[in-house]
Design a protein around this ligand. Structure first.
Ligand code: TXA
Ligand code: MG
Length: 345
């Protein structure tokens, strides 16, 4: 299959291009498109045959459910069987935006879309291309991140092409995505909301609107959780080819340990990349300084992992940030990517 890339203006999407992509969705095909978080791989969420193609193209396990994207808050009514008062509050405050809510599903949503679960995950993206694509298609769009299963999520059309060339027909190229990590996923089916994935909307922001919130133990670093409310949790994810080593501790200690590891690894003929929040001359083969700005860290994280991979890094050293605000989502992705955590206290 030839993969076409359609360059599209993210501020004023050309209607003819959106129409072409929408037609493909309506006819049961796949389209990769930008959202404000990462690129998604979309299909008609209510068409089981179309959704099946997503799982095949991504190499995704069939029990890992998809997020359904809508362009009107009202469309939630056709996907969820019960929109709780809590859900209404959250939607009012955070949609459109990087927040996915999980509710009991309605009968119109095929089981394949929800990975066999009786709940459904829905979000309304903020990106203009995404919104107009959904509107023009006239159907809700199921879309996981457009990476090959297990790879870092794509934050630019080139990344989608890297993973999906020959596997899908069309990519809408709307430039780099803003947020850089995926949406926050929150389960609203029980009395106390349960955070399933930290992401673009922070826990602190959520708490201001809904008060109490439980954080899934897996996010807190507990490994042996038998019940997985969100099947995505159990899969290795966000992994570049290189080995990722996470370095924690005070700034002074992180700097020292990073410099030491770079020297040691290079002595052993390894190619080393560093993602640093502490500025120093580490002498690595590739370095990216992100500083303490969490928004910037999130925006460049996946892109940097891919870039270092393409430059054949054997090891990527990443300095940790506090798990506050966006930091919780960033560290969650890094912990999943990291094979080894080097703690310095
Ligand atoms: O920012 C995002 O959310 C991006 C863009 C494209 O919208 N999408 C995305 O989708 O990250 P994906 O498939 O890569 O991640 C969806 C996550 C998975 O961890 C999945 O297990 C969880 O959401 N999920 C989906 N439906 C669920 C459900 N009914 N119950 C619990 N978790 C669910
Ligand atoms: Mg994903």
């Amino acid at each position: 299959m030839r993969t076409e890339t359609l360059k599209t203006n993210p501020k004023k999407p050309e209607p003819a291009k959106i129409r072409k992509a929408a037609r493909l969705i309506r006819s049961g095909g796949l389209v990769a498109f930008p959202t404000e978080t990462v690129y998604g791989l979309g299909a008609d969420a209510l068409n089981a045959d179309a959704v099946k193609k997503i799982f095949v193209a991504k190499g995704r396990p069939s029990d890992n459910p998809l997020i359904i994207h809508i362009c009107n808050k009202e469309d939630l009514g056709t996907l969820a069987s019960n929109i709780t008062p809590m859900a209404k509050k959250v939607i009012d405050r955070f949609w459109p935006g990087p927040l996915t809510i999980v509710l009991k599903k309605s009968r119109s949503v095929p089981k394949i879309t929800t990975g066999g679960l009786d709940t459904v995950a829905v979000r309304m993206p903020k990106n203009k291309i995404a919104q107009e694509l959904i509107r023009d298609a006239g159907v809700p769009i199921a879309a996981p991140s457009a990476n090959y299963s297990g790879r870092p999520s794509p934050t630019a059309a080139e990344h989608v092409l890297e993973d999906m060339r020959g596997r899908i027909g069309l990519i809408i190229d709307g430039g780099r995505t803003k947020v850089g990590i995926e949406s926050t996923v929150i389960d609203l089916t029980s009395d106390i909301p349960l955070l399933l994935r930290p992401g673009g909307v922070t826990v602190e922001e959520l708490k201001k609107v809904i008060g109490r919130i439980r954080i899934h133990p897996v996010i807190r670093g507990k490994r042996s959780e038998s019940v997985h409310r969100s099947p995505g949790m159990k899969y290795r994810h966000y992994s570049p080819d290189a080995q990722v080593i996470l370095i924690e501790g005070t700034k002074a200690k992180m700097r020292k340990k990073t410099a030491y590891l770079v020297r040691d690894l290079r002595k052993r003929q390894k190619r080393v990349g560093v993602i640093a929040i502490v500025k120093a001359e580490y002498g690595a083969d590739m370095e990216r300084f992100v500083g303490a700005d969490k928004e910037r860290f999130a925006a460049v994280l996946f892109r940097t992992l891919r870039e270092f991979d393409s430059k054949k890094a054997d090891v990527i050293l990443v300095q940790a940030i506090p798990k506050k605000g966006l930091g919780l989502g960033i560290m969650n992705r890094l912990e999943k990517a990291a094979a080894k955590k080097v703690r310095i206290r």
